[in-house]
Write a protein that binds this ligand. Structure first.
Ligand code: NAP
Length: 321
């Protein structure tokens, strides 16, 4: 089973709706309106995790999954059976913890317990996609892969994927999977049009850089990119670029983005999403939304017709080549 198969009945398969702040900074009633809008628009691929958003004021990490679970329960099986539900395990702080220095991790027992808790919060009997949220060097990759394959065999998850792996660890995971006859079907990393400075510290995030793109392409893994809009910085004057994104290529790259956006009839953020989803090796944007219009905007972006020539110009401008 692959991402393509999982997404085959989703009307807008090129978009994952990010729900990181649902139930915390996005109130539940607003989040449910956004989910209704996404369902209406055919954006049926929802992205959550078992730690969203523990770092917010009063947050525990249960909120996003609980919010989605309440919506699914209320809308019924007709909705649950059609949406693609992706969650992540491994990066939830240990009980009493408040940061990522000690997390529940990726041992077989920890994975099983975390999935059981996620299914309870999401009020469903299976996840369509389960990601390992961050790497866990304390557990052999073969043990983690074996645990994930076991859950898949039991029908608790349909496919499994990884997030935030370095290229070295991705290569190790692919090699371990080949030996065991099981593999991550995709990789979710931080990715957008602007390329941050190579010295930028984005911890705990790991970028989808060119070497990782090559690795995923060779291994036929689906690529997904989170934080594609840089929190709205492409279009909003109240949103400065995050640290590390102001490099010598930033000015010319943004100018080319502006020119292409005008030609494409999209705004700059939409142009980034269109570029990601329509590249020769597409990257599914995992877009954060806090209003129904954010969903409409993203759907319009990934379903727009975007000429190949636009892709080439943006590719050249982002790398300064
Ligand atoms: N795997 C991982 O480690 C990882 C890490 C981070 C995130 N994620 C996933 O990726 C998702 C997105 O992450 P993110 O929130 O960092 O990403 P983002 O897509 O770069 O930023 C989302 C924010 O941009 C603003 N925005 C959205 N649409 C807009 C529009 N049309 N015009 C102007 N502003 C707009 C909104 O800000 P306001 O809400 O302030 O209006 C929104 O909350 C998360 O929800 C989560 O599912 C995964």
């Amino acid at each position: 089973m692959s991402f393509n198969e999982i997404l085959s009945d989703v009307p807008v398969p090129a978009l994952a709706v990010g729900t990181m702040y649902f139930g915390t900074t996005v109130p539940i009633v607003d989040a449910h309106r956004i989910l209704d809008e996404a369902f209406e628009q055919g954006a049926w691929f929802f992205d959550t995790a078992n730690n969203y958003a523990f770092w917010t004021d009063g947050g525990t990490g249960d909120e996003s999954e609980n919010c989605l679970g309440a919506w699914l329960a209320d809308r019924g099986a007709g909705v649950r059976d059609r949406v693609v539900l992706a969650s992540k395990v491994g990066a939830r702080p240990v009980p009493g913890g408040t940061d990522l220095t000690a997390t529940l991790g990726l041992s077989p027992a920890a994975i099983r317990n975390q999935v059981t808790d996620s299914l309870r919060r999401l009020r469903t009997n299976h996840l369509d996609v389960l990601y390992t949220h961050t790497d866990d060097h304390a557990v052999p990759l073969a043990e983690t892969l074996g645990a994930l394959a076991g859950l898949q065999h039991e029908g608790l998850i349909r496919i499994f994927a990884a997030s935030n792996l370095t290229v070295g660890r991705l290569e190790e995971a692919i090699a371990a999977g080949a030996t065991l006859g099981m593999s991550y079907q995709g990789l979710q990393q931080r990715f957008t049009y602007l390329v941050p400075d190579s010295s930028a510290d984005l911890t705990p995030h790991v970028l989808l850089d060119q070497s990782i793109v090559q690795c995923c392409t060779d291994a036929r893994m689906t690529m997904l990119g989170y934080s594609p809009l840089l929190s709205g910085a492409y279009t909003r004057t109240d949103r400065p670029l995050p640290d590390g994104y102001d490099t010598t290529t930033t000015g010319p790259a943004l100018e080319q983005l502006r020119v292409v956006a005008v030609e494409a009839g999209l705004d700059a953020g939409q142009t980034v999403l269109a570029w990601m989803s329509q590249r020769p090796h597409p990257v599914i944007p995992v877009v954060g939304v806090s209003r129904p219009e954010h969903v409409r905007s993203a759907v319009r972006a990934v379903t727009s017709v975007f000429p190949t020539e636009h892709l080439a110009r943006l590719d050249a401008a982002r790398t300064g080549s």
